[in-house]
Ligand binder design. Sequence first.
Ligand SMILES: [Fe+2]
Length: 162
Amino acid sequence: MAAKDVSALFLDTLKDIYYAERQIYKSLPKMAKAAASDELRTAFEKHHDETEGQIERLEKIFEMLDKPVRGKKCDAIEGILNEGKEIMEEYADTPALDAGLLAAAQAVEHYEISRYGTLKAWATKLSMPNAVELLDQTLNEEKMTDDALSKIAVSTINAEAA
Ligand SMILES: [Fe+2]
């Protein structure tokens, strides 16, 4: 594949994740408000703050490319977030709510981990070390968030069983 094709893909995917991050940023406070456990609410609030920084990193990469900061509607994240919204509605005030919220949030994290992994690989190919570093920082935050959610999921299930 020619370098030019990868750079077009890179910009397109950057717009996709930029749109996704902004949607996630809007959704996290709603998920935090819905969460029954303090631990889960705190995790969502923490990731909301992190997401703000992740959006700023993406804006820096648009600048590096000398391109306008622009999102592009991402159907994948719309679908994942809509499923989360359905869970919040259908399982409101039930003991399963937090388990459902955790599952929805982990689906979001896995989508992001996939996107950032790809973008990092493409930035490497395009010889953009500064972008690689920014993407790597975000990738690590997403992975740590996913791990934290996994741990909460285990303790939530254990608490349910008790
Ligand atoms: Fe993110």
